[in-house]
Write a protein that binds this ligand. Structure first.
Ligand SMILES: CC(C)(COP(=O)(O)OP(=O)(O)OC[C@H]1O[C@@H](n2cnc3c(N)ncnc32)[C@H](O[C@H]2O[C@H](COP(=O)(O)OP(=O)(O)OP(=O)(O)O)[C@@H](O)[C@H]2O)[C@@H]1O)[C@@H](O)C(=O)NCCC(=O)NCCS
Ligand SMILES: Nc1ncnc2[nH]cnc12
Length: 306
């Protein structure tokens, strides 16, 4: 897209939403728009699409991603609304109601991108998160990182067993990779309440913000932390387990040093050579951004109506 340049100056302080009791549909779509826009604009991201590189992708660039973002963002208000109206429904019932909305959102993405998959995983993860925001607010439970993640985990309770372990005929990449390697991908991450984000990315993020580091640096460090430990099925589908290990070890090595953009460009080059793109970690970076806008909170027991 003409005139797009690396975002050198990110907002110094992330945009903070209203108090949870006032969070509305517009707030949610603004937050998701900002999360997706910051993620794709962050530059340089090894193997991924950004302002200056298409990463390991022949079929998409930042223009396609921005078209995808514009097409899918309105749907997150519907995910939020689904949560708001779910106050008496069981967690499993809520997931069943979310899926068709998610599939319709995927179709809106494919229509806007002429069939290119930019955000399938992001629609799933962020859709669950927005639904959790709606349900917690409607139930007047304080919205914190902990309560959001526990609610997402409650929505997805048993999902890996139902859709991966007990699946006699795998159809998708993720379903096949579970059969081959036991990797639960996006489903497992959601069922564990985004534990990779909570254990590896959020602590790094919060330390960086406390130290008043630039948001771009905070996001890149958090992305490296995700790449270092996330069991990203994109990497396995593109480069097998050796591809996943290459990226994890490379990111772990960078985390042990004072990395610079040059180190990231070099890793970008080596990942492109190997056709490796950590799309799952890119999605979790957007999740990390949204969670960072809320207080961490104590461990809140989600009272389910199940
Ligand atoms: C629940 C589904 C989304 C599961 O889909 P699937 O069965 O395919 O399972 P996964 O492989 O586990 O995940 C699909 C996408 O999720 C991202 N992902 C991968 N690993 C992880 C992880 N460990 N943690 C979190 N997220 C993960 C990843 O998505 C991103 O990468 C895609 C772009 O990369 P690319 O390599 O280009 O991908 P392709 O186009 O497929 O490859 P090429 O053809 O280019 O080579 C993009 O999707 C990013 O988002 C995985 O790809 C699904 O079954 C489902 O239910 N969908 C409906 C949505 C829904 O229900 N939403 C409502 C809320 S419930
Ligand atoms: N920036 C990005 N590049 C490639 N795949 C992605 N999936 C989510 N964000 C992505």
């Amino acid at each position: 897209m003409a005139g797009l340049h690396p975002i050198e100056v990110f907002p110094e302080r992330p945009w903070s939403p209203l108090q949870s009791s006032q969070l509305n549909q517009d707030d949610v779509t603004k937050i998701i728009h900002q999360a997706l826009w910051l993620e794709v604009s962050l530059t340089p991201k090894p193997g991924l699409v950004d302002c200056l590189s298409n990463g390991a992708h022949r079929d998409m660039d930042i223009a396609v991603f921005l078209a995808s973002i514009e097409a899918i963002v309105p749907w997150f208000g519907l995910f939020f609304q689904c949560g708001q109206h779910s106050i008496l429904a069981s967690n499993e019932r809520v997931l069943a109601e979310l899926r068709p909305i998610g599939k319709a959102c995927e179709q809106a993405m494919f229509q806007a991108t002429r069939g290119i998959n930019c955000h399938k995983g992001g629609i799933f993860a962020l859709g669950l998160l927005c639904c959790a925001l709606g349900r917690l607010g409607a139930r007047q439970i304080e919205i914190t990182q902990q309560s959001i993640c526990r609610q997402v985990s409650a929505f997805c309770h048993g999902l890996v067993q139902r859709e991966l372990q007990a699946n006699p005929s795998p159809q998708t990449v993720g379903e096949h990779l579970y059969q081959c390697y036991g990797l639960s991908g996006a489903r497992g991450e959601a069922e564990r309440g985004f534990d990779t984000v909570r254990r590896f990315a959020l602590p790094v993020w919060q330390t960086g913000i406390k130290q008043h580091r630039p948001l771009k640096e905070v996001m890149l460090h958090s992305l490296l932390s995700l790449m270092a430990y996330n069991q990203d099925t994109n990497l396995v589908s593109r480069g097998g387990m050796s591809g996943l290990r290459f990226v994890q070890h490379s990111a772990q090595r960078l985390l042990r040093m004072s990395w610079t953009d040059q180190h990231l460009w070099e890793l970008d080059r080596r990942m492109i050579e190997r056709n490796l793109s950590p799309g799952g970690s890119a999605d979790l970076l957007a999740i990390c951004y949204v969670l960072s806008l809320f207080p961490s909170g104590c461990d809140v027991e989600i009272k389910s109506v199940d």
